[in-house]
Design a protein around this ligand. Structure first.
Ligand SMILES: NC(=O)c1ccc[n+]([C@@H]2O[C@H](COP(=O)([O-])OP(=O)(O)OC[C@H]3O[C@@H](n4cnc5c(N)ncnc54)[C@H](O)[C@@H]3O)[C@@H](O)[C@H]2O)c1
Length: 255
């Protein structure tokens, strides 16, 4: 297989960065896009730099910025084979305290950003028979008490992905969503520090208490998610499209 070009939003941190690393290990070219410029610089260094790593500062909440991001990637590498939408933000708290600005920001990054990156990538992916992988969440499959807006945004990502899969199947483009449980990334640390009431360890223990593994429960690693995303974007996964795949230790399997 010739080297592919992979565009990863949220590529400066957590799962996005682990996914970029996994594709680089396989010799692919990666464009990492993120709104955090300092983290982007650090990520480029971590990925070893060079002409096959492109860093693009972008706020995916802006549709014109999503268009520029796709065009810049194609101009740099000559095409586009895989898009992984990882950029995302977390919000939790009682519904009656959510402001309109918070609601708009979560939907703009998690759902609108995912859509507009896909939208602008479609013609390029059609040319290469490419694939899209969108990061949804366990909270996109089942409700999450205290995180209604985040959950709604990720539920949106699930049905956006399924709908695009049906629309693009005749044109040879696959679209899937992955739905991880809690993953050990900076986002979990942010959640615990911001919403843990001063006791981040207890916040994390409370998350783990929900898992079927009970005392054996742990967070997934970014590398475990990256391995699966790499597979999902590969030709070996050709029959898989329109799926929303839990990677969650059985968390959403039932009671
Ligand atoms: N960590 C978890 O437990 C978990 C579980 C399920 C799903 N997810 C989802 O997986 C994805 C990756 O999460 P993570 O844990 O790696 O988070 P992370 O916070 O480590 O990384 C997210 C990255 O997205 C970037 N980003 C945020 N808003 C952006 C914007 N407007 N434009 C461009 N970049 C932006 C951030 O700067 C950051 O680098 C997110 O969509 C998240 O909602 C996370």
């Amino acid at each position: 297989m010739s080297r592919r070009t992979v565009l990863i939003t949220g590529g400066a941190s957590g799962m996005g960065l682990a996914i970029a690393r996994r594709f680089r290990e396989a010799g692919e070219r990666v464009a990492i896009a993120d709104r955090d410029r300092a983290a982007l610089d650090a990520a480029v260094a971590m990925l070893g730099g060079g002409p096959e790593v492109l860093a693009v500062p972008v706020d995916v909440a802006s549709p014109p910025a999503c268009a520029d991001l796709v065009e810049r990637t194609v101009a740099e590498f000559g095409g586009l084979d895989v898009v992984v939408n990882c950029a995302g933000v977390w919000l939790e708290g009682a519904a009656e305290r959510v402001t309109e600005a918070e609601f708009d920001r979560v939907l703009a990054v998690n759902l609108k950003g995912t859509f507009f990156v896909c939208r602008h990538a479609i013609p390029h992916l059609e040319r290469t028979g490419g694939a899209i992988v969108n990061l949804a969440s366990d909270a996109g499959l089942v409700g999450n008490a205290g995180a209604s807006v985040y959950s709604a945004s990720k539920g949106g990502v699930v049905l956006l992905s399924r709908s695009l899969a049906l629309e693009l199947a005749p044109r040879g483009v696959r679209v899937n969503a992955v739905c991880p449980c809690d993953v050990a990334t900076p986002m979990i640390e942010f959640q615990a520090a911001t919403y843990g009431g001063g006791d981040p360890a207890r916040y994390k223990a409370n998350l783990l208490a929900r898992y079927p593994q009970r005392e054996r429960a742990r967070f997934a690693t970014a590398e475990e998610i990256a391995e699966f995303v790499h597979y999902l974007a590969s030709p070996q996964a050709a029959p898989i499209t329109g799926a929303a795949i839990p990677i969650d230790f059985g968390l959403t399997a039932g009671y």
